[in-house]
Write a protein that binds this ligand. Structure first.
Ligand SMILES: [Zn+2]
Length: 140
């Protein structure tokens, strides 16, 4: 049992597991915010403009009335779809921002070249060269 606890501790304290846990917690909190945004702000606004009803449901006539009656809860479904679209858009924006940050580091490397290509023999030569070491052509 002691060994098991020790192994678990090593596993839990690894950096990537902690990162993942933080990601899951932030993701869950973020999901709650998006749900609240849709439910408390967007649904009432759409209801007030278009007269759509997010509590809307359609009775399936063949299920009869009373306790056995079944409904298509399209209002709930539409709310979930709106939640998904907002989440997907936010994740897209975040991924785009992260990609941009990553590409800034790469561009700095490219913007400081140490080599150029000789226009006469296409050899890689020093950026400071005034005469090509391969074909001896004079360079500007
Ligand atoms: Zn050359």
């Amino acid at each position: 049992m002691k060994k098991f606890l020790k192994e678990f501790k090593e596993f839990a304290l690894k950096g990537n597991v902690m990162d993942m846990a933080v990601g899951v917690i932030i993701g869950a909190a973020f999901g709650n915010i998006v749900t609240a945004l849709t439910k408390d702000f967007i649904n009432p606004l759409i209801n007030s403009i278009g007269g759509a009803n997010f509590g809307g449901k359609i009775h399936l006539p063949w299920t009869g009335t009373g306790e056995n009656a079944q409904y298509l809860l399209w209002g709930d479904f539409l709310t979930q779809v709106i939640n998904f679209v907002i989440m997907a858009f936010c994740i897209f924006v975040m991924v785009k921002a992260v990609n941009k940050l990553m590409s800034i580091g790469k561009k700095e490397e490219v913007s400081d070249p140490t080599e150029k290509t000789c226009p006469y023999c296409q050899s890689k030569i020093s950026i400071k060269a005034t005469r090509c070491p391969h074909c001896t052509s004079q360079l500007q």
